[in-house]
Design a protein around this ligand. Structure first.
Ligand SMILES: *Cc1c(COP(=O)(O)O)cnc(C)c1O
Length: 360
């Protein structure tokens, strides 16, 4: 059982290692490192066969339940290279705790957080040369769990794989910290209370694709999701949480089952609290945002998520009308949160919350 889970190391020879990609042109999620973490679960043994092994293809039955019923969950986090070869993670245990919440919702087994965290640290140490040093570039970390039992009856799978793969990614704002244009969808919904919107589970992202494609075809970067029942209340933007600053107050929708509890969201709320910026979690309608835009009390809007950290919103499109926010420019708070979080994440500044964790 996982109480005595040992991690086996199957390391490639030096000459088998891949050539590292050009750091100036990493893109997002296209390159993968030489090794990965893998462990398996079944009812008899619990978590077992934990190993750090070469990054490799799986041999999977076409009947594996993940293909049919979608028991698949993941996380997204990053390793940051600071000065003097120091490597940092940002709130890593919170990611694994959130993965456990997703696991419970999807009837999947919980992870032994401490063991997995140790496994991740060992993997990062082995792959440390892959962690980019170009400004703003990071090593994206993708922990994933999928149902492996070959069986077509609908029930929770009896076996699972958990793995962590690593991908060096370029700076998100290679061309500068530019505001995005977002499209308010009153046709599609991302998630509904009682559903799985608060779990980071694969199907949510499949469900979002069509609206994202339509937004993109109309010239917008992201979709702003409204609640599924009334198409009235603001929920999230793309795969990020959203904040509006209206009359000096920072407002974000409350977590209520259909919203993913973002760690970046939580970090912004806590920093705002520390800085004395009024911040409230409350339901906010799209009409209120439009009205605030019309009477100039809408000062700025930004999205939060691990990939971009902070993503300022410069324009909204709703019911064929467009609304400029802060004249289409990056807001003052968006920049302040972005700078502070980047400094904490890259270990340039100590944080009083102990969010940044040095791992090697
Ligand atoms: C991952 C995710 C977020 C952001 O979460 P972070 O922990 O801040 O990266 C927000 N919304 C959705 C739908 C997500 O999948």
């Amino acid at each position: 059982m996982w109480q005595d889970l040992e991690v086996t190391l199957k390391k490639l020879d030096k000459k088998q290692l891949k050539q590292k990609p050009d750091q100036g042109n990493l893109g997002f999620g296209v390159h993968f490192t030489d090794h990965m973490f893998l462990m398996k679960w079944n009812r008899e043994q619990g978590w077992h066969d934990a190993e750090i092994c070469p990054f490799q293809d799986f041999n999977i039955s076409p009947a594996a339940m993940v293909f049919h019923y979608g028991q698949a969950i993941f996380e997204g986090m990053k390793a940051y290279r600071g000065k003097d070869e120091q490597i940092f993670l940002f709130r890593p245990k919170d990611n694994f705790e959130r993965m456990n919440s997703s696991a419970v919702r999807m009837c999947m087994p919980r992870l032994p957080v401490e063991k997995v965290f140790k496994g991740l640290k060992a993997l990062l140490y082995l792959e440390r040369e892959w962690i980019p040093s170009a400004p703003g570039a990071t090593l994206y970390i993708r922990p994933t769990m999928v149902a492996m039992e070959p069986m077509l009856g609908l029930k929770p799978s009896g076996s699972y794989y958990f793995f962590i793969i690593l991908s060096p990614v370029g700076a998100y704002y290679a061309e500068g910290f530019n505001p995005t244009k977002i499209y308010v969808s009153d046709k599609y919904a991302r998630a509904v209370k009682g559903g799985v919107g608060e779990a980071k589970t694969a199907g949510n992202y499949a469900a979002s694709l069509m609206a994202s494609e339509e937004a993109r075809n109309a010239g917008y970067t992201q979709v702003l999701w409204l609640d599924a029942c009334e198409h009235k209340y603001i929920e999230e933007v793309g795969t990020s949480n959203i904040f509006f600053r209206i009359n000096g107050e920072l407002i974000t929708p409350p977590l209520g089952g259909s919203i993913l509890p973002g760690l970046s969201r939580d970090s912004v709320i806590k920093l705002a609290g520390q800085w004395g910026i009024p911040v409230v979690e409350r339901r906010l309608t799209i009409d209120e945002v439009i009205a605030a835009s019309r009477d100039n009390s809408l000062q700025e809007a930004f999205a939060t998520g691990t990939a971009a950290v902070i993503s300022p919103v410069g324009e909204l499109s709703y019911k064929s009308e467009t609304y400029l926010i802060n004249e289409g420019k990056t807001g003052e708070l968006a920049r302040k949160f972005y700078d502070e979080l980047q400094k904490i994440q890259f270990g340039e500044k100590e944080d009083s919350f102990n969010w940044s964790v040095r791992v090697c």
